[in-house]
Design a protein around this ligand. Structure first.
Ligand SMILES: Nc1ncnc2c1ncn2[C@@H]1O[C@H](COP(=O)(O)OP(=O)(O)OP(=O)(O)O)[C@@H](O)[C@H]1O
Ligand SMILES: [Mg+2]
Length: 298
């Protein structure tokens, strides 16, 4: 059975960050323990109700992709067993499927986005300017249309409460330097291309996705954080895909649609969500995990 954990409690460990979804503990100067909770954020606000098992699904799906793509780009996983670092008396079953021990890296301050399809903020940008993050695209593309080739569209990592902002490649170069910017673009497109082909064979379109990277003390680039999850990507079931509409995806759409009916002003505190919306959301995450990785958590 999936476990439910809204907030990790690991007394004695050094909590360095409680994000919207993950709790991050420093085990040493070199390693982190990252726990994926069942918190759900929508419109950048964390909702009061957890989605049971969501953190386990996110962690398992990320681990699956990290392993599958390790031949392309090194990743932050150490593969050390989590049980060994939990404080005495901890219920290990709550943590083992949702936690990883990782290398502690220096984050590259950019959201590295790969887009294969024209949707979301990319579609908005294109309809307004004919470009996407400064990249000129052919005329007459329609919503959700596949791009001639996947493109790299970096955005800033916004501070708490702020929204990310798309930037051009030249702005990325200014921020992090040309060689690192090139490496990040190359790594982003290489992982995206591989994963998109893999998913296509399983009937899923990866319309776009966001990666985070970090460097170690030698300057080696690693992919870190989470990878190719429904929270960081738009996954479209191929059978529902049509050009010209925004296809339904394996993400928080149920919750977002429900929240839109409330007239909530999208500032904290977030409203409570009915059990059936929670269950539908959990089953969407489970379906993505099953279809992509053939993993079932119960
Ligand atoms: N190997 C790593 N080394 C260093 N930092 C990491 C590593 N992997 C992930 N992180 C960082 O850990 C954090 C994960 O937390 P989470 O994604 O929940 O929150 P966030 O994105 O920082 O904040 P929020 O989602 O609340 O805006 C991120 O800041 C991410 O950049
Ligand atoms: Mg994050």
């Amino acid at each position: 059975m999936p476990t439910t954990l809204r907030e990790s409690q690991l007394p004695g460990l050094n909590l360095v960050h409680r994000g919207k979804v993950r709790d991050v503990y420093a085990l040493s100067a070199a390693e982190l323990l990252i726990v994926a909770s069942d918190r759900l954020s929508a419109f950048d606000v964390v909702l009061p109700d957890p989605i049971p098992g969501k953190g386990e699904m996110l962690c398992q799906i990320s681990n699956f992709w990290f392993d599958k793509t390790a031949h392309l780009v090194p990743n932050h996983l150490t593969h050390k067993p989590v049980e060994t670092v939990l404080p005495p008396g901890t219920d290990a079953s709550l943590y083992i499927r949702r936690s990883v021990i990782t290398k502690r890296l220096k984050p590259v301050p950019v959201e590295a986005i790969a887009r294969g399809y024209l949707i979301g903020s990319g579609w908005k940008d294109y309809t307004a300017t004919g470009q996407l993050c400064g990249i000129r695209l052919p005329e007459g593309l329609r919503q959700a249309e596949q791009l001639p080739e996947p493109i790299f569209t970096p955005s800033t990592k916004a501070a708490v409460g702020d929204h990310d902002e798309n930037i051009g490649f030249d702005q990325l170069v200014t921020r992090i330097g040309g060689p690192l910017a090139e490496q990040v673009r190359e790594a982003t497109l290489s992982i995206y291309g591989w994963a998109a082909r893999f998913a296509a064979e399983r009937g899923i379109i990866i319309a776009d996705t966001k990666f985070e990277f970090g460097t170690d003390e030698n300057g080696t680039l690693y992919v870190m954080d989470e990878m190719l999850t429904p929270d960081s990507s738009r996954f479209w079931p191929a059978e529902d895909y049509r050009v010209g509409i925004s296809p339904p995806s394996y993400d928080k759409q149920y919750v977002r649609d429900y929240l839109e009916t409330l007239g909530w002003n999208k500032t904290p505190p977030g409203p409570s969500v009915p059990a059936e919306v929670i269950a539908a959301t959990a089953s969407k995450y489970a379906e993505a995990l099953k279809r992509l990785a053939d993993i079932t958590l119960d």
